[in-house]
Design a protein around this ligand. Structure first.
Ligand code: G6P
Ligand code: MG
Length: 224
């Protein structure tokens, strides 16, 4: 049975997947690269430096920057992003998420966060939902990022729950792979085709569809 729900943050709890995209677009534009939404799907769930590498590779100019310059580019992107974050309020929580967190808490289902973002703790604070999370995995302590299972496994371990009793919720291709490799039941939030192809066990078009009853139903069918 279901004992813990482990959330991704960006694009699952709030619309920061879009804000990351805006900040990367701005940075990319300044060095003559255009990134589109399709390419952006590959950046979701991927760390800051790794995302930069992928963008530079796509533009065919990775070799023109030193490591130090790459760090500066990544810092500039984060500056754009943090600037966007200053407008964040609890209003920015996706539909149904707060209610769902309350429902989980009331039913003693453990709650964890498995986000690759170093900005995650400050975003949870701005959304005023930090109190719900028993565990927020620090991505800097995880050797291999998504699609490796490490971050979801680490959340489960810290929550003292067997991965088989966990549900992971993601909006990214890399993240859904990570959940699958961790041996957890996965929920993909987003476009049906993309989420199905990424291997989500259950696809929801909106976070408003997240209820404990629904999860328990799906989870029990899956487990039996
Ligand atoms: C998440 C997002 C990515 C982002 C990464 C690092 O995985 O989906 O788009 O690049 O976190 O975020 P950070 O806030 O540390 O730059
Ligand atoms: Mg995400």
């Amino acid at each position: 049975n279901l004992k813990a729900v482990i959330f991704d943050l960006d694009g699952v709890i709030t619309d920061t997947a879009e804000w990351h995209f805006l900040a990367w677009s701005e940075l990319a534009k300044s060095i003559g690269i255009h990134i589109n939404k399709e390419f952006n799907e590959e950046l979701k769930g991927i760390s800051r430096m790794e995302s930069l590498e992928r963008i530079l590779d796509m533009g065919g100019i990775a070799h023109t920057f030193t490591e130090k310059e790459k760090v500066e580019l990544a810092q500039r992107k984060n500056k754009y992003y943090v600037q966007l974050l200053t407008q964040m309020t609890p209003e920015n929580i996706f539909p149904g998420i707060r209610k769902f967190l309350e429902e989980l808490k009331k039913n003693h289902i453990k709650i964890g966060l498995a986000s690759a973002s170093k900005n995650a703790p400050s975003i949870l604070d701005a959304l005023q939902i930090t109190e719900f999370f028993q565990v927020v995995v620090d991505p800097e302590k995880i050797a291999k990022g998504k699609p490796a299972p490490d971050i979801f496994l680490s959340a489960a371990e810290k929550l003292l729950v067997n991965p088989r009793n966990c549900v992971g919720i993601e909006d990214s291709i890399a993240g859904l792979q990570s959940i699958r490799y961790a041996g957890m039941f996965s929920i993909g939030v987003g476009t049906l085709d993309i989420m199905k192809e990424a291997g989500a066990n259950l696809v929801l078009e909106s976070t408003a569809e997240l209820t404990l009853e629904r999860l328990n139903g799906m989870f029990n069918i899956h487990a039996s």
